[in-house]
Ligand binder design. Structure first.
Ligand code: CA
Length: 221
């Protein structure tokens, strides 16, 4: 992923570039507002780090012009100006976040990662022995091999993993996974559990997905 730093203080620019390259980002640096604006408008960056006080055009103005031209590239301000009014102006101009100088590199890195997450969603992963369920990508794998599940199978496994170690009662499963709240036959759960075990390569007596007779099911490591 390629990032653009618009920063006129060489020391800070160098420090950021080096740190971000160590984190495997590709990094370009420019030192003035007009150069930054031109570069951001013509190159496909994943994210922009923009100093507030820049020669030629302020960071705020760069941000305003970028947003006015339709760019939605995430933008984080680096600012020594930490008054509330400045912050509000930055966010109103379309910035996604800001960080006050001096800052810890780790904090900046975390803010960058938040902006680069798909759709801003938090990473949500659950494990069960060798099985990994990733809610954000909607993928399930075992020993690193992807396993294809139906929507309902995925939802059932997700529910059991969110409650790992606890017994999920049949009624609880039918209400939460199937969203059925009236007269129901919970036999459907067994059908899906069997399908799920088969796809995950688990036997009926395995320890990972346990049948609690007469009560429900439990996922246990
Ligand atoms: Ca500056």
């Amino acid at each position: 992923m390629r990032l653009l730093i618009i920063e006129d203080e060489p020391g800070i620019a160098r420090f950021l570039k080096q740190g971000l390259e160590e984190e495997a980002y590709e990094v370009d640096v420019v030192a003035s507002g007009p150069e930054g604006l031109a570069q951001a408008q013509t190159q496909p960056y994943a994210l922009l780090l923009v100093d507030w006080m820049l020669p030629g055009l302020t960071g705020l103005e760069v941000c305003r012009q970028l947003r006015a031209s339709g760019s939605t590239t995430p933008l984080i301000f680096l600012t020594a100006r930490d008054t509330v009014a400045d912050t509000v102006a930055g966010l109103q101009a379309g910035a996604n976040d800001y960080i006050k100088k001096p800052f810890h590199f780790d904090e900046l890195l975390e803010r960058i990662r938040v902006q680069l997450r798909p759709a801003g969603r938090p990473l949500e992963r659950f494990t069960l022995g060798p099985i990994v369920l990733d809610v954000s990508t909607h993928q399930v794998s075992k020993h690193g091999q992807e396993i294809s599940l139906t929507q309902k199978e995925f939802a059932l496994l997700e529910y059991l993993l969110r409650h790992k170690g606890k017994v999920c009662r049949r009624r609880q499963l039918i209400e939460n996974v199937w969203d059925i709240h009236f007269e129901y036959n919970t036999g459907v759960i067994d059908v899906y559990m069997n399908a799920l075990r088969k796809k995950l390569g688990l036997s009926k007596d395995d320890d990972y997905l346990q049948t609690i007779r007469g009560v429900g099911y439990a996922a246990r490591d």
